[in-house]
Design a protein around this ligand. Structure first.
Ligand SMILES: [Zn+2]
Length: 242
C-alpha cells in the first residue's frame, strides 16, 4: 500500500472510529436489554431501568446504562462492546483494546467509571442498600480482564441468578427503589449529557473548577508531587486528574 493511501486510510479511520464506537455502544445496550428481558427470566420478579441520566451535586451528569433490581440485589450495569482483545484490570486507569489488525486503543477503565455510577446511585438510595457494580462485555471478550465483576454477556443471566450477598428485597422494596431512582432522573437527553461532559472538559481545560467555578491552581502534596487543585480548598476539594 502506498504511503499516501496509508495516511488517508488512517485519517478516515480516526474520523470514523468514535462513530463506530458509538454505534457499537448503542447496539451493545440493546443486546443487554434483550438479555434482561423479563420473559427470559420466567417468573423472576425484577424491575429494570435503562439509560438513566442523573445529575450530581456539582451539576455533572452521569449516564447509567442499566439498573437491574431483583430480590437478590441491585445491579448497576455498564455495557462495553469493544471488538478485539481487551486487556485490563480493576485498578489501572486505562484498559487496552487490541484489534486483530494490530492497532491498539486505550480507553478509561469502565470498572472505575461504574464505581462512580454506583456511588451516585447510593447517594440517592442511602446507605441501607448495596449497589453491585457489573461491567458486561457484549462481545464476550472479558477473558483477559482481571476483575470478578467484569463478565461476558453470555454469563449475565447465570451471574444474576446465582448472585448472593445476603440481600433479600421484598416486592415493596423493589418498587420503592425503582421509584426513587426513576424520580432522580434528570430528564436530560443523551445529547444534553454529551454536551454536559464537553462543558466539564472545557472548564478543566481552562483551569476552572467544574465543581464550584473556582480557579484551578498548581499545588504540591506532602510527598512532593504536584497536582492541580481548586483555589477554594478546603471548601472545595476538587482535584484535576492528570
Ligand atoms: Zn472548586
Amino acid at each position: 500500500m502506498g504511503l499516501l493511501k496509508k495516511v488517508v486510510k488512517k485519517a478516515v479511520r480516526k474520523i470514523t472510529q468514535p462513530i463506530r464506537a458509538k454505534a457499537h455502544g448503542a447496539q451493545g445496550e440493546r443486546k443487554v436489554n434483550s438479555k434482561l428481558n423479563p420473559l427470559l427470566f420466567g417468573k423472576v420478579e425484577h424491575r429494570q431501568i435503562n439509560n438513566l441520566i442523573i445529575l450530581d451535586h456539582n451539576g455533572k451528569s452521569h449516564q447509567i446504562d442499566h439498573i437491574e433490581i431483583r430480590e437478590n440485589g441491585i445491579f448497576c450495569i455498564e455495557t462495553k462492546s469493544y471488538i478485539g482483545l481487551v486487556v485490563g484490570d480493576e485498578n489501572s486507569d486505562k484498559w487496552t483494546q487490541c484489534l486483530y489488525s494490530g492497532e491498539r486503543y486505550q480507553f478509561l477503565n469502565p470498572v472505575k467509571q461504574n464505581r462512580s455510577h454506583c456511588y451516585h446511585l447510593s447517594k440517592i438510595l442511602g446507605p441501607r442498600y448495596i449497589i453491585n457494580s457489573l461491567v458486561v462485555m457484549v462481545r464476550n471478550n472479558a477473558d483477559k480482564i482481571n476483575c470478578p465483576n467484569v463478565i461476558n454477556l453470555s454469563d449475565l443471566r447465570g451471574y444474576l441468578s446465582h448472585f448472593d450477598n445476603g440481600a433479600h428485597l421484598s416486592i415493596e422494596e423493589m418498587d420503592c427503589i425503582y421509584n426513587a431512582l426513576l424520580s432522580a432522573s434528570s430528564g436530560m437527553s443523551n445529547r444534553d449529557h454529551i454536551e454536559n461532559i464537553r462543558q466539564t472538559q472545557q472548564e478543566l481545560n481552562n483551569n476552572i473548577c467544574p465543581r464550584c467555578g473556582g480557579k484551578m491552581v498548581l499545588r504540591q502534596s506532602k510527598t512532593g508531587s504536584t497536582f492541580y487543585g481548586c483555589s477554594n480548598y478546603p471548601k472545595c476539594k476538587f482535584i484535576k486528574k492528570q
